[in-house]
Structure formats: C-alpha cells, structure tokens
Ligand binder design. Sequence first.
Ligand code: PLP
Length: 441
Amino acid sequence: MSTAPTRMLEPHTPLYLDTPPHVITEGSGIEVRDAEGRWYVDGVAGLWSVTLGYSEPRLVRAATEQMNRLPFYGSFNHRTNDVALALAADVAEISPIPMGRVFFGNSGSDANDSAIKFARYYHWAQGRPERRKIISHHCGYHGTTLAAGSATGLSHIHHGFGLAGDDFLSAHCPDPLHPASRGMSEEEQVDWLVRDFENLVLETGPETVAAFISEPILGAGGLIIPPAGYFARIQEVLDRHGILFIADEVITGYGRTGQMFATTALGLRPDIITSAKGLSSSYLPISATLVGERVSEVLAEGSRQIGTFGHGFTYSGHPVAAAVARETLAIVRERDIPGHVCEVAPHLARGLEKFRGAELVRDVRHYGLLGGVQFDPEQAGAEPGRLGQEVLEAAKQRGLLLRAMGDTVVFAPPLIITPGQVDEVLERFTAAYDDVLASRR
Ligand code: PLP
C-alpha cells in the first residue's frame, strides 16, 4: 500500500519513499529557501541551470512584457512569431560553429531527440537510410525521452522502460580513472579509448551509424573530464567513417566553462550542438538545437523530397520563453559572464584541490564553474553511493545544496557567484566533510 505523501510523480526519485520531499518555495541571488523557512546556498544552480541566480529582475520583466504583448504564437506552417526569429538570429551570432539553422524545443531531452532525428534525416536525404545507429558513452547523460534516454549510458534510465536496443551503442566512459586503463599514461589512455571506439564502429558497420553524441564534460555521469586530446582523436574516426558529431552542451552551454560554449573551450568540431538550461537561466523551459550549415542544407533538400519537415512542437519558439532567452543572452554578453567564470573558477578550483589526498577522497575534478569531489567508499568500508549521500545530507544541514552522482559530489553554482560566495560554499562543504569524517570515526 502506498503511503506517498504527494500525488506528484516525482522525476528521478524512488517512488516508494514515504517521507515528504524537500520543498523549495523562494529564491534570491544564489540562495533558495525551503518550506520550513531555512535558506541554503544553491551549489548546483537548481539542476546545473539557474546561471543568473534566482532574482534577476530583467528576466521577470522580459517575461511579463511578452506575456502582455503576445503570450503565444507557434511556429508551424511558415507562420511564427517575431521573438523566436530574433532569438534565432541571437543564437546564430554566438554559435561556435558555422550555424545554418536553429531549432527550438522545450528541454534538453527533446533537443537531443531532435538532434538524433536530424542526423538520421541527414543520412536518409543522401540515400543512406540504413545509417540509423547512435553511439554515445557509458555514463553519458542526454535526458530521458525515448531517443535521448536510449543514448544515455546509465542503466537505471533504461531499465523497465524498454529503452536502448540495437540502434544505440555505448563506447567506454572516457574516465581517466576507468579501471581498465589503470596505470596507463594519458596518451596511452586516449589510444585505448579511441581504438575501442573505432572497433565498435567497425564491428557494427560504419555504414549503419548516423551520429556520435557526447557531452564535452560528462555531468550526471559523475563530472567526467575526458583526457586531453580525446575528442580530436575521436573526430578523426568520425571523419573517416562519415559519422556526425552531436555535442550535448545542455550543461556546458552559455558560459559555464568560461567560454560561451565548451565547443570553443575544448576545440570541438560538432555538426550539431544541443543546449537548454542556461539559455533562459531556467526561468522558462526552452532548448536550442544548433544545426551546422552542411547539415542544414541537406535537411532542406530532404524536406524538398517530402514536401515539408515533419518535426516540431507546439511550443517550439514559444514567444515568452524566447523573450526570456533573448534577455538572458543579452545579460550574459553585457556582463561578460564567461569572463566572470574565468575569474571565479580558479578560486573554486583552489578550494576543491585542498581535498585532494584527504581521507575518504578518491579524486578532485574541476573545469570552469563545474567541480566534483569523488569519495572512496572502499576506503571507508561503505556501500557504493553511501558516502556521496552522507556528504550531501551533511551539506544540507550546513545550509548548502549539492548533488551526488554516486560517490561524486558535484558543484555547479550560478555563474554570477562571487569569490566571497565561493568561499562560503567551500566553508560549508568543508564543515560537512568534517561532520561525515567525525561520524565515521
Ligand atoms: N543533456 C545533459 C548533458 C543534461 O545534463 C540534461 C539534464 O540534466 C539533459 C540533456 C536533459 O535535459 P532535460 O532534463 O531538460 O530534458
């Protein structure tokens, strides 16, 4: 019998829990308040996403004005709204690749589903309909809809839902701590990963592969930063076999790495880039799938054969979400948020580095305003994932909200965070760590 205290089917939550959820009711700057009236520093910006913090009046104004002027008009059948068109031009201006067109959706998952469909359509339009397969990483996260969930390399996203299947293949997680590459130099590790990747392509048949999708830095898989040179070498394999590259910048897009896009930061050459979260600082749901020129042209050719382009959502280019996204991009550019991230990130990195070699800690990782401390359950004689949960709970008690991916506790604060606020995050985290350590002695 269910004793669930809520009627809401909570996403990514064990549905058998009989405790009430933690309810957030208010936000200001980089802090949120819960229903009990306690304030917390939000160390993960909601879901890696509230880049401009919780009380940006310009975003509220942009939404209100647009609501008053035109609350909705869709974009089907060659009729659209002025704001969606203007946002498309804004995105083209900051795109890190020569962009042909941009497709708007509502979430990171639907952006990735769209990108996967566009990759297949691209091949189909050129007489290669058998190129349907998608390669992604074990431990990659691309969302939970049918295609994005299938490309996600985390088994709990597949189980029970009938996801993945023959059209979705997984390459090794490009984790420098991967047990199979223990003892290898970084170069040897890249060799090993790329060799295995190409073997996967050859075994399945390159003529059946549509695209490879990857996050530049793998977030929900545990903040995995691939070894240096990895993507350049993978790109050679993709080029050799005519496979498209989709960069999932849902977390990294719009400033988090210290560049507007991680594509620039890491020197990637994607054909399609997906983005969401930071596009509107999460004030409203909107995603953007940036389609490179070459792919855009082929999509147009394909649609000529069919008579239309059979893809799109009622809320594609929703004017209120688009108005908020336009204002977000204006703020990100005016305040040089990527430049600000470059200034603040070393502060976070230095603070996290103090944990390297600490008792219970296996690894410390960071890039831009992304950080991760991986705890070592073996050292503590704990079940996998347990230490991550303990640190998370202790941090909450200390007034800091974080997330744990297994035993890796991640940091992804709002990008407007100041050095002083980074210190506060680190102080609270240190206190939480000490609490866990003391409780285990
Ligand atoms: N891609 C990445 C890299 C993500 O981190 C996420 C969500 O966290 C998604 C896609 C899915 O986005 P959404 O939850 O908006 O569907």
